[in-house]
Ligand binder design. Structure first.
Ligand SMILES: [Zn+2]
Length: 330
């Protein structure tokens, strides 16, 4: 009996230690891990998980343009490569939407093998440019694959992935996810110019181009997204999840709108790094492929925000889950 009690006591101590260790692994220098917001759609639960999949540190001229806005993309890109200053690391967020019709993943995060040269064998040139452009810090337990496992999900539990654009910090988890993946046509066409890593991250991934599916779609009446951004592609029968073609950050950038009973969430990828960066007097990012398009898009997003109960969800903003909580409790 005494032995039994001793074992029980040790067991409790051990499990407390393990749960503390799991908890501390979840907490990283940005104080993030997996966070959940429970909203609803037509009275049914709709959960939004913000999955922290590491961080990225970019040059200052990447985050905020250092050249004239009219400067061609290639000159702004070269300026970023030459820039020696960095901004603080920003999170790489991936989003899991648990909708009554299925689970959707928005973006696929960064690469835990970023500094492992052998993993870049099929694209050594991309490695050089990409590693000069940014420091990517993803621990194995922070990869999209690990995050889904931590939530008890298998690949077959994911109905589809939607990638806001094909930059390397949004696509690394796609191969392992192995789900039908919606992407912008313009990013496939211009992959090499925009810094996509097709061989390492996209080989064998079932990519579905969105733009051809938008042709012939009627804009939904009273849908502000449709009227300002063009008809969106519904991924669910209730029209709650819609994908819009919003080129600017890259030629094939997509925006995903998730409608809930609490309001609309706009997953904008890197169209803006922070929600406040869409203000007319704010400096936009230097990395945008087409800044003129971005300014137009920011104007439309501001109109959407002013006319509806909406929130912008950029891919690299801190405290996303807290922002969603504050917004949805209003
Ligand atoms: Zn990014």
């Amino acid at each position: 009996m005494l032995n039994y009690q001793k074992n029980l006591f040790l067991g409790i101590i051990l499990s407390l230690f393990i749960s503390y260790k799991t908890y501390s692994q979840e907490q990283n220098n940005l104080g993030l891990g997996i966070e959940k917001n429970t909203l609803s759609i037509n009275g049914n639960p709709l959960e939004i998980f913000t999955l922290y999949t590491g961080n990225i540190q970019i040059h200052s001229c990447h985050y905020e343009n250092c050249k004239k806005e009219k400067s061609p993309y290639i000159l702004r890109f070269l300026k970023i490569l030459k820039d020696t200053s960095h901004v603080e690391p920003i999170p790489i967020n991936v989003f899991l939407i648990k909708h009554p019709e299925g689970n959707f993943v928005i973006d696929a995060g960064g690469d835990p093998q970023w500094y492992d040269e052998s993993s870049w064998e099929c694209e050594p040139f991309s490695r050089k440019i990409a590693q000069k452009l940014a420091n990517v810090n993803v621990k194995p337990e922070e990869s999209l694959e690990s995050r889904l496992k931590q939530l008890g999900l298998k690949n077959s539990d994911i109905k589809a992935a939607i990638v806001t654009h094909l930059h390397f910090d949004h696509t690394a988890g796609l191969k392992k996810l192995n789900a039908p993946t919606y992407v912008g046509k313009g990013d496939i066409k211009n992959g090499r110019i925009i810094g996509s890593v097709p061989c390492k991250f996209l080989d064998g991934v079932k990519l579905i181009q969105v733009e051809p599916l938008l042709k012939g779609l009627n804009t939904e009446k009273q849908d502000i997204g449709d009227s300002l951004l063009g008809a969106g592609l519904s991924l669910t029968k209730d029209n709650a999840i819609k994908v819009y073609s919003t080129p600017g950050h890259t030629p094939g950038s997509l925006t995903i709108r998730v409608r809930t009973d609490q309001g609309d969430l706009w997953f904008v990828g890197d169209i803006t790094f922070e929600d406040t960066q869409i203000e007319t007097n704010s400096k936009v990012a230097g990395i945008h492929f087409n800044i003129k398009e971005i300014r137009k898009l920011h104007k439309n997003l501001k109109l959407i925000l002013s006319r509806t109960n909406s929130i912008l969800i950029p891919a690299h903003q801190v405290n996303t889950s807290q922002r969603i909580k504050t917004w949805s409790n209003k």
